[in-house]
Design a protein around this ligand. Structure first.
Ligand code: KIV
Length: 271
């Protein structure tokens, strides 16, 4: 029997066991109660309250503007819906970089006020102190390397990262360091598949990829993208499982037409 089927509640130890057994980890984002309930009921292993909420929910161009209070609001809505999945929350831009005491304070607020199970933060050696201090409070930390959207103004583009040897070497070293600091898992975003496979084989903690090929220990996608709710975002790595933009648009058009034509409500749809 697979770990996925046996388990009633996913913990960081369960993810570790899945990696050991070669069982892939499935992770998706959620930002609200209703979506989280559907995703959790479907049997997802990990739900991420990503700072992609800044783009998806608030319409910002980058992940930078979202605040700690807003992340806590989204996370607490998700936590109320979840029975099984491990719930991980992104520490937003400005809440952990450069000041480990501030990082610990932010992580404690997330855990206390939302009831989530872990935090995620972007970066390698430069966030060592923040990771180590957060871990002293017993808060599990997920790392994030490769394309790290909070540094978009340093990169300049959302192109594939670590194609050159020196950046690839640095990434491998950073992944090893994150394991040494005590991270329970790492997200690798938008890097060559061969590099992601190498990283996954070089460290013992689970590696979850997005745009990083099939050699990682698991996959994550932004839920709204995989449901086809946002047709403007079409990277090569994205598989769309539905075209909800079209289906929802058609439903809204039908409703408008039914109201205008007085078809809705009919006799059975009233008291
Ligand atoms: O914010 C987010 O949704 C993420 C995923 C893309 C991993 O960090």
């Amino acid at each position: 029997m697979s770990v996925h089927k046996e388990i009633k509640k996913v913990t960081t130890n369960v993810l570790q066991e899945m990696k050991k057994r070669g069982e892939k980890i499935a992770m998706l984002t959620a930002y609200d109660f209703t979506m989280a309930r559907i995703i959790d009921s479907a049997g997802i292993d990990v739900i991420l309250i990503g700072d992609s909420a800044s783009n998806v929910m608030a319409g910002h161009e980058t992940t930078l503007p979202i605040t700690l209070d807003q992340m806590i609001y989204h996370a607490s809505s998700v936590v109320r819906a979840v029975n099984r999945a491990l719930v991980v929350v992104d520490l937003p831009f400005g809440s952990y970089q450069g000041n480990s005491k501030e990082a610990l304070k932010s992580a404690i607020r997330i855990m206390k006020e939302s009831g989530a199970h872990a935090v995620k933060l972007e970066g390698g050696r430069e966030v060592k102190e923040s990771i180590e201090r957060i871990l002293t409070a017993g808060i599990p930390v997920m790392g994030h390397l490769g394309l790290t959207p909070q540094s978009i103004y340093k990169f300049g583009t959302y192109n594939v990262r670590a194609k050159e040897d020196d950046e690839a070497d640095r990434l491998i070293n950073d992944a090893k360091l994150l394991e040494t600091y005590g991270c329970f898992a790492i997200v690798l975003e938008k890097i060559p598949a061969a590099l992601a496979t190498k990283v996954s084989q070089s460290i013992s903690i689970p590696v979850i990829g997005i745009g990083a090929g099939g050699g990682t220990d698991g996959q994550v996608l932004v839920t709204h993208d995989m449901l086809g709710m946002n047709l403007e975002f079409s990277p090569r790595f994205l598989r769309r499982y539905l075209n909800l933009y079209e289906s929802m648009g058609n439903a809204f058009k039908q409703y408008i037409s039914d109201v205008k034509s007085k078809d809705f409500p009919n006799d059975k749809e009233q008291y």
